[in-house]
Design a protein around this ligand. Structure first.
Ligand code: FRU
Length: 325
């Protein structure tokens, strides 16, 4: 018990495929080390709940805390309290307001925005490109940073202009009404960039209802390899592209162990992002399929080891009983 490593993960929410795959990757990586005790608490997108769950983690005297903050500002003080209590903190995917954490792990979201913009600039020769940007939840760092990177590139091209921004909350329901109204007033749009694939799917559905889906190009972010994920949408021709946003679940556990080992780690641990379009969608899919197969194999092996251990213990007990008789 003295050797047990207590890792707590405060997850913003667990109700979408991206976050589920993040949790799964963490659990799998943690299960490879029998000393790790990983607890995931799901804040269900309620800020107050996330604060309380982190407080509870602090009171449990955790060895290390991993947090994906719903929004930057309100989660900043409680992350500072964890640090003050001597608990190292890794922020994953989303950051707090200041740099008071041990390390950040995730893709560079400014680059995510830039990648989306570069795709638009490079694949359209028209003299005027009108773009609608659909933003993720206000105050959550990936939304702010994706917007920043996107604007940097778009604004440096005089032919491209962001004609309107729509404020979403990462889910498609938050943007569909607004996008429908926008299209009904002005359908002369060449591109829609949404900060994630769930919202871009929502935008595409609205355009399809209005018969406009083939006149507009759609770009999202995440690039999940799931039946309704971004890679599939690119393959199906719904999206011009999506920008890969890896979850970092596996890497977060590895980074946690390094920190607990006293190794010095970079403040920013940046995961690779890249454009997924018709050129490489299939390659990406095959790569991810392979990784999934390997993960499944590892899971099966872990189950087999457990079964053998149980068999060993029960035989051992039987032996003890027999000897006692
Ligand atoms: C998942 C998600 C992703 C997005 C990320 C940003 O909950 O909404 O779609 O890329 O969070 O933090």
């Amino acid at each position: 018990e003295g050797d047990t490593i207590h890792i707590g993960f405060s997850q913003a929410m667990s109700d979408d495929d991206w976050r589920r795959s993040m949790n799964d990757a963490m659990e799998l990586q943690a299960s490879l080390n029998p000393n790790i005790d990983l607890t995931i608490r799901d804040a269900n997108y309620e800020v107050q709940r996330q604060i309380e769950q982190i407080e509870a983690f602090i009171a449990d005297s955790l060895d290390i805390l991993i947090v994906s903050p719903i929004q930057s500002k309100p989660i900043t003080p409680v992350v500072e309290r964890a640090l003050d209590a001597g608990i190292p903190v890794i922020v994953v995917d989303r950051k707090t307001e200041n740099e008071k954490y041990t390390a950040y792990l995730g893709a560079d979201n400014i680059e995510v925005g830039r990648n989306a913009a570069k795709k638009i600039i490079s694949s359209n020769a028209k003299d005027s490109i009108r773009i609608v940007e659909i933003r993720g939840m206000a105050g959550s760092s990936p939304a702010e940073e994706r917007s920043l990177g996107f604007a940097q590139i778009i604004n440096s091209y005089k032919n491209a202009v962001i004609v309107q921004q729509i404020q979403g909350d990462w889910e498609k329901e938050s943007i569909q009404g607004q996008f429908r109204e926008l299209l009904q007033k002005n359908s002369k749009i060449e591109y829609v960039f949404a900060h994630n694939d769930r919202m871009i799917r929502g935008a595409w559905e609205v355009a399809r209802d209005l018969g406009l889906e083939s006149t507009i190009h759609f770009i999202g972010v995440d690039g999940l390899n799931s039946p309704d994920g971004g890679i599939r949408m690119v393959e199906d021709g719904m999206l011009k592209a999506t920008v890969l946003y890896p979850t970092g679940g596996e890497e977060a556990i590895k980074l946690a162990l390094k920190i607990l080992n006293g190794e010095s780690v970079p403040k920013n641990n940046i995961l690779t992002t890249t454009i997924i379009d018709e050129v490489n969608a299939e390659i990406m899919k095959n790569q991810f399929d392979k990784i999934n197969e390997q993960q499944e194999e590892i899971e099966n092996q872990l189950v087999a080891i457990k079964q053998q251990e149980e068999l060993y213990y029960s035989q051992n007990n039987l032996l003890k009983i027999t000897m006692a008789l």
